[in-house]
Design a protein around this ligand. Sequence first.
Ligand code: SF4
Ligand code: SF4
Length: 172
Amino acid sequence: MRDGPLRRAVKAVARWNTLANLAAHRALRRLRGERPYRLGGACQGCARCCEAPSIQVGRLTWYMPTLRRLFLGWQRVVNGFELVTRERPRVFVFRCTHFDPETRRCDSYDARPAMCRDYPRLLLWQATPELFEGCGFRAVHPDAARLRAALEARGLPEDKLAAARRRMFLDE
Ligand code: SF4
Ligand code: SF4
């Protein structure tokens, strides 16, 4: 169901808070010398990321019933995410009530939560990011140009070179 003005206002505050936290956390990790993958490509609007939105939570939220109920209640009432299942490690999988699987459209796209706007940036901090199949974005290794040149210098056959580039996240 499309969001009304009150839910939009609550979501805007929550979104600002989450995006500010994410930016601060990532800045700190960069200061510590971590180098995430770069984001290549662009969104193609396939809506794969809307089919089963998933959120990994901390241990407290996962194991403490009161916190877990608060978290799931917030997701249901504010974001329109209904719990479908739980997976390890500490991941809740939802059905988004804003997603129309027929048209593959979001009925409140302009009010979508921070996690929808951020996808797939969080994955860029993982060792081997796995984006949804068919997603128009891709992870690009921070040293892609140098590694590509080193691979090309080895004179591999074209198919092996292409496979190695994919495996090593070297395609821009
Ligand atoms: S899966 Fe990727 S390409 Fe598809 S809508 Fe989500 S971000 Fe865009
Ligand atoms: S709120 Fe919109 S963008 Fe986010 S998962 Fe639901 S349908 Fe997709």
